[in-house]
Write a protein that binds this ligand. Structure first.
Ligand code: RNT
Ligand code: ZN
Length: 414
């Protein structure tokens, strides 16, 4: 134990906060780290790269992972610099096979190398159908397309991903969340929103009809406000999926970039979890739009961390990340973004929650304000450094040098 941590521990104890308990709780939080930061959301289909659907990665920093082997090596490097044990969130387009199945032909065997790798590392996997970057998604309509043939193609894709996710969960002994996001929407103002939403609902029902064991896989549905090319209307809006998740018992995925820019996503957690058993987060940083910047330790993330802790939601929330920046080292992006999520949780765990909630209960808003503001000067950094040391990962300048060294080693990838 360093002198800095010892002194910090006493400062927190004076506030009646147990820093050892905070460290222990943080170590239990597994974050689902998205694979797609490593290769700019391109995927490994032999049919070609898969961006589209209103999402895009910008930048051409050297070092993009070009194949599953490189992505795994990069991810392992990132994991080695993130304290704790985490998960990888895989998209269906990241299959690892010499075969070239179309989206409605994918099988579990195409993902076995990922499962073997995850088992070796002792990490869990999550999964996602890929409803974008494909000729049959060219109209920005998939499950809600008016053409039944196109809907059936995507229903089959989704069914297969649920089956694959269940097999992954079974193989690893840890339920895989299978998160459904479709890009469906309209560039200009539609006159029949109802028909599109009714088609989406029916297609989701058909796709999710085969029962799956909740110990192996869990369905999640992700809403969105708008995307490039679908500015006027998104079929799978927040209200659509909130209702759907409540009625069907799926997880609801809240992506922090999928709302109006001034909305406080943390505020939504207590509201939706009163009606849902579990939720999924896509922690992201929208900058004026759903830009998916690397998450900072900013007010939005701190608020999210605080809400998860203060509302006792860590047990019913799967924390997933969703950002992609190709203008910087992709491995550094993973490391910095994930650590910021953890730092936000740690800060929340180190706040004098009981005293704050008591002050609020007795309407003493002066005491509440005084505490939140004085608490901003508490020595969180010393506790974070201690956590990193105990988890055997670097921090500060050593971390920066490590990230630099790795980036140099991948910079000559073509
Ligand atoms: C798109 C959604 C979705 C994707 C991933 C790649 O706006 O946020 O989660 O980012 O499926
Ligand atoms: Zn998302």
């Amino acid at each position: 134990m360093t002198a800095a941590y010892d002194s910090a521990r006493q400062v927190f104890a004076d506030w009646s906060v147990d820093s050892e308990a905070a460290i222990a709780r943080l170590a239990e939080v597994a974050i689902s780290i998205h694979c797609w930061q490593g290769d700019d959301v391109a995927g490994f289909e032999k049919r070609g790269a898969a961006v589209g659907g209103g999402i895009q990665s910008t930048g051409d920093h050297p070092g993009r992972a070009r194949n599953p082997g490189e992505l795994r090596a990069d991810f392992e490097f990132a994991l080695g610099n993130i304290p704790g044990t985490h998960r990888m969130n895989l998209h269906a387009m990241y299959l690892d096979t010499e075969a070239a199945p179309d989206r409605d032909e994918i099988e579990y065997e195409h993902f076995i190398p990922w499962v073997d790798w995850a088992r070796g590392l002792g990490i869990g996997l999550d999964f996602n159908p890929t409803f974008f970057g494909h000729p049959k998604a060219a109209d920005n309509l998939t499950l809600s397309h008016p053409d039944a043939g196109i809907r059936d193609f995507w229903i089959e894709h989704g069914r297969r991903t649920r089956e694959i996710a269940a097999q992954i969960g079974r193989a690893l002994g840890s339920a895989a969340v299978n998160n459904i996001w479709v890009p469906d929407g309209f560039k200009d103002i539609p006159v029949d929103r109802m028909a599109a939403r009714a088609r989406l609902e029916a297609a989701l029902d058909e796709m999710c009809a085969p029962p799956q064991d909740a110990a192996e896989m869990l369905d999640a549905v992700e809403s969105k406000l708008f995307g490039i090319g679908v500015e006027a209307c998104t079929v799978g809006s927040h209200e659509f999926y909130l209702g759907y998740a409540i009625r069907k018992g799926t997880l609801l995925c809240l992506d922090m970039g999928h709302f109006h820019p001034t909305e406080n996503i943390a505020d939504k957690l207590s509201a939706v979890t009163l009606s849902l058993d579990e939720i999924l987060l896509h922690v992201s940083r929208p900058m004026r739009w759903d830009s998916d910047h690397v998450i900072l330790l900013d007010d939005a993330i701190l608020a999210m961390g605080q809400e998860l802790v203060f509302a006792d939601l860590l047990g019913k929330t799967r924390i997933g990340l969703d950002f992609f920046d190709a203008t910087i080292s992709r491995t550094a992006a993973w490391i910095i973004g994930t650590r910021n999520m953890q730092k936000a949780l740690l800060r929340a765990l180190l706040l004098p929650r009981a005293a704050l909630q008591e002050a609020e209960a007795r309407f003493d808003f002066t005491a509440r304000l005084a505490m939140t503001e004085e608490a901003k000067d508490l020595p969180f950094g010393a506790v974070w450094a201690e956590f990193c040391a105990r988890q055997d990962v670097p921090e500060g300048r050593t971390l920066i040098a490590e990230m630099d060294r790795y980036q140099s080693s991948v910079a000559d990838r073509g």
